[in-house]
Write a protein that binds this ligand. Structure first.
Ligand SMILES: [Cu+2]
Length: 211
């Protein structure tokens, strides 16, 4: 019986049939019960032998803002930083996980920036003080960001034992890692984070002679 199931699973895999993969859904709220947007939810393999996606991501500069506010990539991914504004920006990061600078530029830089170390990266613009965005570089292909309702959904996770990590750029403290089991059925958890409110920085109006 066990052997015939194993054989049929192998046959399914060979035929490109359905692969039994689990999913994880998180609902993240503050300790006061308010949904948290832009929380990073990462399901990390306990054994770090997961194929790298080397995916790409894009963080735009538009209307003198960095968009999106939070980006998650797997270690080794390349990020493009196109400037969609009709004037120059000067992008920089002083974060140990990735220090770089793209000096005063317009349009799309020829080379993307490769994020080769896991960690947090804070981005800013030398010209426009209020511009900010964050990149979390993680050693897992299984991650998602919460939406405005505090929900994040990760699919195609092979069943097994994982560590769950939560991160937010304005967290007062990072919640401790916890162990989770991913099975064939969806896993759902309600999670709490202690987040500082986002304080809007002053953005002066665009003037003809001054951006
Ligand atoms: Cu700028």
């Amino acid at each position: 019986m066990i052997r015939s199931q194993a054989v049929s699973l192998a046959a399914l895999l060979l035929l490109g049939g359905p692969v039994y993969a689990g999913s994880f859904e998180a609902y993240v709220a503050t300790t006061a019960g308010k949904p948290v947007e832009d929380s990073v939810v990462v399901v990390e393999p306990v054994v770090k032998a997961v194929a790298r996606h080397h995916s790409t991501a894009t963080i735009e500069q538009r209307d003198r803002e960095l968009v999106p506010y939070v980006t998650i990539v797997q270690t080794g991914a390349a990020i493009d930083f196109p400037n969609r504004d009709p004037f120059k920006h000067h992008l920089y990061s002083f974060s140990p996980a990735k220090r770089f600078e793209i000096k005063l530029y317009a349009g799309k830089p020829a080379q993307p920036v490769v994020f080769d170390k896991p960690g947090e990266v804070a981005l800013g613009c030398n010209i426009h003080d209020w511009m900010e965005a964050y990149v979390l570089v993680v050693d897992s292909p299984y991650f998602a960001k919460t939406d405005g309702n505090g929900r994040a959904f990760i699919t195609n996770i092979p069943p097994g034992h994982y560590r769950l990590r939560l991160w937010h750029p304005r967290q007062n403290s990072e919640p401790p890692l916890r162990e989770i089991e991913i099975g064939a059925a969806p896993t759902q958890l309600n999670l709490a984070m202690d987040i500082a409110p986002r304080i809007a920085k002053q953005k002066p109006p665009v003037e003809a002679d001054h951006y």
